[in-house]
Write a protein that binds this ligand. Structure first.
Ligand SMILES: [Zn+2]
Length: 118
């Protein structure tokens, strides 16, 4: 009797799973080439575009790249979700904070979207 319910739940679980890290990597390479330092991502809070190199230069750890705004490591960054952050940032948005707005779904987590601008 609960067969339909169970099937529905299983389907929902599948939907919750994002793309694989391999698919993410393939997408990045297609956009920016094999040099990951040149890959660029957009902060979902302030719209600031940062490359992996920018995060490294700012002293961010690997877990912050494409997850928390590079502004967290820069002086005078705008507060995430503030009016100033809407002017292009960078800001102090943290992907693991109270408000999680990262949209790129990779496996069990969410990251920044790639910057598709040139
Ligand atoms: Zn930001």
């Amino acid at each position: 009797m609960n067969q339909n319910l169970k099937t529905k739940q299983d389907t929902n679980l599948d939907i919750k799973k994002g793309i694989t890290p391999e698919q993410w990597k393939a997408e990045g390479e297609k956009l920016f080439g094999k040099d990951k330092m040149k890959w660029r991502f957009i902060c979902p809070s302030c719209g600031h575009v940062a490359s992996v190199q920018d995060w490294k230069d700012a002293g961010a750890g690997p877990g912050e790249i494409a997850f928390s705004c590079v502004g967290r490591h820069l002086k005078d960054s705008a507060n995430a979700f503030s009016k100033e952050s809407k002017k292009g940032g960078p800001c102090n948005y943290a992907g693991g904070g109270l408000f999680r707005i990262n949209t790129k779904h990779v496996e069990d987590d969410y990251y920044f979207e790639f910057d598709h601008g040139i």
